[in-house]
Ligand binder design. Structure first.
Ligand code: BDP
Length: 595
């Protein structure tokens, strides 16, 4: 039971013990932990909070930049009665790979930094006694991992990681670790597809459980009234006078699924469901048959000190800022976020483009910045990419869709960010990726990937497979920035005119200019707050003249951490908000436009 996608919810039959808190921690500088038996217990350790990234907690640069293993330990108790339960240990995510031992017995192993995993631990656990949990997390990336990167080793044996992407490769136990006390027979998967006609809503469901006994489902409205019910592991519910889930109004029903044995309830799982439809029609993106215009941001799950670790305070602050600025949507660039984020978006009616961690499908020997230079790259010429990388990519798509398929907020899947799609063999790669992904989502949501500016209209070998064209464009920043800003508009418009011929909706998934908060300059220069505003005004004029554009998601919601380098000043500064979530001038401009 390595893979477990159903969110760990509580109910009358399910109990959760959250192991979040301060754990023991030890960096394995010499990679000798396994040989020395650290899986049996750590000595000479320091401390870390779980969840969090470890990188920005300490003052030693060798810890921050450590490439290899880091070890975690905690202890917990299970009472004797719980032997009757299926005791499930579940990690929301650990980046990039993890191995787990309980009382010295290896119980789980997982690769892929953003998805849940775990194990039923009854055999390894000591009931009525103390249990020691040890986890080793590793952050190494290569050409075949999703995302990609490169590790360099130096004469002194130390390693450094060069990500093929523009965000710091934070690592650690990034989401909560929970023990679920599950009944002996339990529900482990639910799929829902919703629709409506007039005032009547429809909900098709399919349930998977460990037993084949009776299933009962009840759909309750927000007041707790049962509005529809059915029996059996699949079926269709009908809701009179339906309250649709809408952007900005996240009306949710509660689908209560119960597993029965001889008429007695043995397990109940509560799934929040929003009834809504999503469809691409011509060059429009429809939610509930109404054209939808995406206003919002590409984001990062990133904050001071905590790094990529899930922080509910930052999540709520971000949601409040989205609301304040008049945004209706977010892209989870460049990886899936914590499960709590999607549940919140369901509740608040925030529309989500859900992205896989497939970033850096581009050959770069320095770091991601080489991508912008348009230098020759041979990423898709490598056989290994068409084998191992592609297999890992598919695995992550499958996991993402399994985990997030029931979220009303998720309206589109973004299968990759800025692959080198100008390359000829990107075509066969993405043909397979898209046809694979098309089979997986019960709701058959539209599929996209973000196109990079080095594969402009006419040069991209992957856009033909996407339902929506998603463009990351930096006319007036990386191209024709500064004094040329005004003239860049024409080039941008010419390119868009090409894409429009495809007859598909276009979302501007990235456009932005680095801006150091507090630099003011009249007339403007690049990096000043005035320049960011002028840049945005130019982009918005272009968008407003292009009929096929159905959304603008400015890059980025907030400043975020990246690798060090001569083009990054303590991180990427394209945020509308600073990293500590205060507005730059641009935030006020966006607010005026989006409201
Ligand atoms: C795009 C990437 C994004 C970068 C951004 C930038 O998709 O990850 O952070 O450009 O350069 O290439 O700011």
């Amino acid at each position: 039971m390595e893979e477990q996608f159903l969110y760990p919810a509580q109910s009358q039959t399910r109990q959760i013990i959250d192991l979040s808190g301060i754990w023991k921690f030890k960096v394995d500088f010499e990679g000798k932990g396994r040989d020395e038996g650290w899986q049996n217990g750590l000595s000479n350790y320091s401390e870390v909070p779980v969840p969090s990234s470890f990188n920005d907690l300490f003052t030693d640069k060798d810890v921050r930049e450590h490439v290899g293993d880091v070890w975690y330990q905690t202890e917990f108790y299970l009472t004797e009665e719980w032997q009757q339960k299926n005791v499930n240990l579940r990690f929301g995510s650990a980046t990039h790979r993890a191995e787990v031992w309980l009382n010295g017995v290896k119980i789980a192993e997982h690769e892929g930094g953003y998805m849940p995993f775990g194990a039923i631990i009854n055999e390894a656990a000591d009931f009525g006694a103390k249990n020691t949990l040890i986890v080793v997390v590793n952050n190494e990336l290569d050409l075949t991992t999703i995302p990609t990167g490169q590790v360099k080793e130096y004469d002194d044996g130390k390693k450094r990681l060069f990500p093929y992407f523009d965000f710091f490769n934070y690592a650690g136990i990034h989401s909560a670790v929970k023990i679920q006390l599950l009944p002996k027979d339990y529900i482990y998967d639910i799929s829902t597809v919703t629709d409506y006609e007039g005032n009547t809503g429809y909900l098709n469901y399919e349930i998977e459980s460990t037993s084949h006994s009776e299933i009962k489902v009840e759909l309750k409205d927000e007041a707790g009234n049962v509005v529809a019910e059915a029996n059996g592991d699949s079926g269709k519910l009908e809701v009179e006078s339906v309250n649709l889930w809408q952007p900005g109004e996240g009306y949710l029903y509660n689908l209560e699924v119960s597993l029965l044995s001889s008429g007695e309830i043995v397990d109940t799982y509560p799934l929040p469901v929003g009834i809504r439809t999503v469809e691409v029609k011509g060059n429009r993106f429809l939610i509930n048959d109404e054209p939808f215009y995406f206003k919002g941001f590409g984001k990062h799950q990133d904050s001071e000190i905590n790094g990529r670790g899930f922080d509910p305070a930052v999540m709520i602050r971000d949601a409040e800022l989205l609301d304040w600025i008049g945004a209706n949507s977010v892209r989870t660039s460049h990886y899936p976020y914590d499960e709590e984020f999607y549940r919140m978006c369901d509740r608040r009616g925030v529309v989500v483009i859900d992205e896989t961690p497939a970033v850096g499908l581009f050959d770069m020997n320095m770091n991601f910045l080489a991508a912008g230079t348009g230098k020759e790259s041979d990423f898709f010429d490598k056989e290994i990419v068409h084998q191992k990388t592609k297999e890992n990519h598919k695995r992550e798509i499958k996991r993402l869709m399994k985990r997030d398929k029931n979220h009303a907020s998720v309206v589109m899947w973004c299968l990759a960010n800025e692959p080198d799609s100008a390359q000829e063999r990107a075509e066969e790669y993405f043909e397979e990726i898209f046809s694979y992904a098309r089979e997986l989502d019960p709701q058959a949501r539209p599929l996209t990937f973000t196109n990079i500016m080095t594969a402009p209209y006419g040069k991209c070998n992957a856009a033909q497979f996407a339902d929506v064209i998603s463009l990351n464009r930096y006319y007036g920043w990386y191209l024709m920035g500064g004094a040329e800003l005004r003239y860049s508009q024409k080039n941008f418009e010419e390119e868009l005119a090409g894409w429009e011929k495809e007859g598909k909706p276009i979302v501007m998934t990235e456009y932005g200019a680095d801006t150091k908060a507090g630099i003011h300059k009249l007339p403007s220069v690049q990096w000043s707050e005035e320049y960011q505003n002028e840049y945005l005004e130019h982009q918005h004029q272009v968008f407003d003249n292009c009929d096929s554009i159905v959304g603008e998601q400015m890059w980025n919601f907030a400043d975020f951490q990246t690798v060090e380098g001569i083009l990054r000043v303590n991180g990427n500064k394209k945020g509308a908000f600073t990293r500590d979530r205060q507005p730059k001038m641009a935030a006020h401009l966006l607010k005026a436009r989006w409201e």
